[in-house]
Ligand binder design. Structure first.
Ligand code: NI
Length: 177
């Protein structure tokens, strides 16, 4: 296991479009080791989601977990989930605006509108097909991670940069709003 280096905005890999993972690769020791490393990395940096492009691998893999996270103390829990080749197959018309941050866009938070509900198809780390509907913060994290796999970051989704704030100022003026 290893903690992977997280690419910061400006590194070209954060703008790369990830390629689908061939299903026969999923069971390999190398691939499973990489998933373990992504999990160790998301834990190390208190992330709620991590896309493979953020750790310099342009493959369609995302890891999510929300559990007593100090960076998002009010967020509802999401169990550890590995999504391989995730696709948002449908999304609610309704959108909600809320704060997001990103391990590749350090020290910033900003308000981003996202679909309230999304239907997702993906494969799990055993290569089994997954299909589920995610709502609210869970749906937000999935949209954020799928964006990473398409070379997008949350700043691209902000209709206005007026809510962009540093974390210290976020804690001081905006927490809970
Ligand atoms: Ni991010």
């Amino acid at each position: 296991m290893a903690i992977l280096k997280v690419a910061k905005l400006g590194h070209p890999i954060t703008r790369a479009v990830a390629q689908p993972v061939p299903l026969e690769a999923i069971q390999t020791k190398e691939f499973q080791g990489f998933i373990d490393d992504m999990i160790e990395t998301i834990h190390e940096y208190d992330g709620v989601g991590l896309a493979a492009t953020q750790v310099h691998v342009p493959a369609q893999i995302a890891v999510l977990e929300v559990q007593g996270n100090p960076r998002y103390p009010r967020a509802p829990e999401v169990p550890l989930t590995v999504l391989i080749n995730p696709k948002i197959v449908s999304a609610s018309k309704e959108r909600v605006e809320d704060w997001e941050g990103c391990l590749s866009v350090i020290d910033f938070r900003g308000k981003v509108p996202r679909h309230r509900e999304v239907k997702v198809q993906a494969y799990d780390r055993e290569g089994k097909p997954l299909q589920f509907t995610a709502k609210d913060f869970h749906a937000r994290v999935i949209q954020h991670e799928c964006d990473h796999l398409n070379g997008k970051v949350f700043l691209d989704r902000m209709p206005s940069l007026e809510t962009l704030t540093y974390l210290a100022e976020f804690a001081r003026y905006w927490q809970g709003r």
